[in-house]
Design a protein around this ligand. Structure first.
Ligand SMILES: Nc1ncnc2c1ncn2[C@@H]1O[C@H](COP(=O)(O)OP(=O)(O)OP(=O)(O)O)[C@@H](O)[C@H]1O
Length: 243
């Protein structure tokens, strides 16, 4: 295994006041693989990803990219790209300008801005204002921003939220392709059904605790012991329908 391209969390704890929302979270995401980070609402997915990306501090524990903390990178977008919480940015700003500003903050060339727009199929929308983008276009723009620095690591929070079946298919192909060229991909989701077609590995979190990790196939084989959790993950849907 290529340790140097592995994303690793070790015993990450986070307290808000007296409430412990992450209770010793440990897992790895490896290069050339898509790792799904699965858990119901409020399980601690976003809190974990925020700590990983230096947006919040852990109470204890460590979260590293190839052994280095995100905050230590001078041009972090060249190491790890993240798509999180919508696209942000000034609503009246053009797509191309939005990406250019992000690129400049990390010493990334304008040529790369054009390249990523092409990669996510947004070249036609380069002059569109952010507020006019559809949900799917917004998700692709988030991906474009994440890809700007051609990073080894891609961290995507609920990337298929609100996408139609075509958009989901496009996204799956894209993500598989990123893993096939050796990227380390971590994506969070509420739904087992959403990630089973794209993930190699799975990390399941519930109430701030990791309750299963491993190859997707192996974890699914232990489904009986996880049944209650998966039931809630699939919003009370028919378990057999989703596995
Ligand atoms: N700043 C905060 N202060 C207090 N509690 C918080 C804070 N941020 C998050 N929490 C709590 O921590 C828990 C985990 O939240 P988090 O957003 O990480 O979950 P999640 O798995 O990403 O959920 P979702 O899928 O709904 O986004 C929740 O119970 C949430 O209410």
């Amino acid at each position: 295994m290529e340790q140097s391209k592995t994303l690793k969390l070790t015993n990450v704890r986070k307290k808000h006041g007296r409430k412990e929302i992450l209770k010793g979270v440990s897992f790895e995401a490896r290069p050339g693989r898509v790792t799904a980070f699965l858990g119901p609402n409020g399980a601690g997915k976003s809190s974990t990803l925020r700590i990983l990306l230096g947006l919040d501090r852990a109470t204890s524990g460590s979260a590293t990219f190839g052994g280095t903390n995100y905050r230590e990178f001078t041009t972090p977008l060249k190491i790890a790209g993240a798509a999180f919480d919508g696209i942000g940015g000034v609503p009246s700003r053009k797509v191309q300008t939005h990406l250019k500003i992000i690129a400049q903050s990390n010493q990334i060339s304008f040529r790369r801005v054009l390249e990523v727009m092409e990669l996510v199929d947004l070249t036609d929308k380069s002059k569109a204002q952010l507020e006019t983008l559809s949900l799917g276009e917004g998700q692709r723009l988030g991906l474009a921003a994440a890809l700007l620095g051609d990073p080894q690591y891609l961290i995507l929070d609920e990337p298929t939220n609100g996408l139609d079946p075509m958009g989901i298919r496009w996204f799956r192909t894209f993500i598989r392709q990123q893993a096939s060229i050796g990227k380390t991909v971590l994506l969070s989701s509420h739904f087992l059904s959403e990630i089973e077609a794209v993930a190699d590995d799975i990390v399941v979190i519930n109430h701030g605790e990791i309750i299963a990790t491993g190859e997707l196939k192996t974890v699914l084989q232990s489904i009986e012991s996880l049944e209650d959790v998966f039931f809630s993950l699939t919003e009370g849907g028919d378990l057999n329908e989703t596995i």
